[in-house]
Write a new protein. Structure first.
Length: 412
């Protein structure tokens, strides 16, 4: 027990995260973005997002130990997966840097500086990939290493330079990307979902720097004659997995968050219109036909249309004088003007619906229905508080009786 507590490698082994977990999360992010990428394929920003997510998925698939073994067997080259995985990691690093530069500066930025920065990133990281393969062909790596190749060949000529090259390219890209994301997340006026997405991306790239630090420390320790291989074999892989999960979540959150927010807003709007809809459906004897496959947006539109159509017919039966008295009564009861207008409109609608004589008559003039049709949500909210409506109606009736008494006294 004491040995387990003191042995970092054994402790980290308990927290191992399979590479298939970040692969699944990255795939979900790619699937969410894919319809938009296909529909707007000419958009370079969306292509960059798709390319980064695809490369990230490829990295975790091909860096899985079982896939590494299979790749080496299929190609017949010992440790062939090393330059292949290093190339994928390098390409992913460059793609992330390209994405952030394009995303941060905006598609409208066609300045010479931006174009030069993009070309420089492409040329540098393509050159790094070519150098990785050249160094591998020059190196002598006769022993297959599935999990500890970086530390096992840390002192081998050419392979040593290859390991440093891919870690350096990855670390530089992650550092620059992290700084760009951090500065961008601090700017004013960002959408809340985008800001949180950027924070997750920043955390993911910060963990990537931890991954590079763990790998480089293990390699440097080998050069110094010490052995802390657990940093590379036990710490770095779960850190990379967590980083990938955070990066994928950073791409998912702005899209999914806005989608869920819109769905919630639509459902809330339907719920707020329910009291007025039920009242008018009972009064008219009709309603919106139920459609199983109708979207939430369509249901909301149909409900709003039905309410406005019925109100347009009912408006000429609403007592305008009652509305004015109810508005004054609501103000007198301490309600703010907007709330008072909604309560007065609700009282007028209830009066028109409940009185058959009022609906049968044809008044010469009724209230202007324009404002009523625009405030259906506020009126529906007012219908949820019958005690407020009763208080307004009672005060309005009192004012009517008082006014009638004054008229009679004056006539007498």
């Amino acid at each position: 027990m004491t040995r387990l507590a003191l042995d970092p490698s054994a402790l980290l082994a308990e927290f191992y995260i399979s590479f298939w977990v970040p692969t699944a999360v990255l795939t979900v992010a790619l699937v969410i973005k894919l319809p938009t990428i296909i529909r707007l394929w000419r958009d370079p920003l969306l292509r960059a997002v798709g390319g980064l997510l695809l490369l990230a998925c490829a990295v975790f698939v091909f860096c899985t130990p079982s896939v590494i073994t299979r790749m080496n067997r299929l190609t017949g080259m010992t440790n062939f997966s090393a330059p292949w995985c290093y190339s994928l990691i390098t390409a992913m690093s460059g793609a992330g840097l390209l994405l952030i530069i394009t995303w941060r500066n905006g598609l409208s930025d066609r300045s010479v500086t931006t174009r030069h920065a993009l070309r420089r990133v492409v040329s540098v990281y393509c050159g790094v990939i070519v150098a990785l393969w050249v160094l591998f062909l020059l190196a002598d790596v006769p022993v297959e290493r599935i999990r500890d190749l970086d530390t096992y060949y840390a002192g081998t000529p050419f392979m040593r330079e290859e390991i440093l090259l891919y870690l350096g390219a990855h670390g530089v890209a992650c550092l620059i990307t992290f700084r760009l994301i951090r500065n961008w997340a601090r700017t004013q006026g960002l959408d809340a979902w985008l800001r949180w997405g950027l924070r997750l991306l920043g955390a993911g790239y910060a963990l990537n720097l931890v991954y590079d630090g763990a790998k480089l420390t293990a390699v440097f320790a080998r050069w110094c004659g010490r052995e802390v291989d657990w940093l590379s074999t036990n710490l770095a892989p779960p850190v990379a997995s967590l980083a990938a999960i955070l990066v994928a979540a950073g791409f998912i959150l702005p899209h999914a968050g806005q989608y869920l927010h819109d769905r919630w807003r639509i459902r809330l709007a339907c719920r707020e219109l329910r009291p007025l809809y039920r009242l008018l459906r009972a009064a008219s004897g009709e309603g919106v036909p139920f459609a199983l496959r109708a979207t939430a947006e369509l249901r909301l539109t149909r409900r709003e249309t039905f309410i406005r159509d019925v109100l347009l017919t009912l408006a000429r039966h609403i007592d305008a004088d009652l509305g004015r008295r109810s508005y004054d009564a609501a103000l007198a009861l301490g309600h703010p003007p907007e709330r008072a207008r909604a309560l007065a409109a609700a009282v007028g609608i209830l009066d028109a619906v409940g009185s058959r004589a009022a609906r049968a008559a044809e008044p010469a003039a009724g209230p202007d229905p324009t404002s009523l049709l625009q405030e259906i949500t506020a009126v529906s909210r007012a219908l949820r508080r019958p005690e407020d409506l009763a208080a307004v109606r009672a005060r309005a009736a009192t004012e009517e009786d008082r006014a009638a008494g004054v008229v009679q006294a004056g006539g007498g």
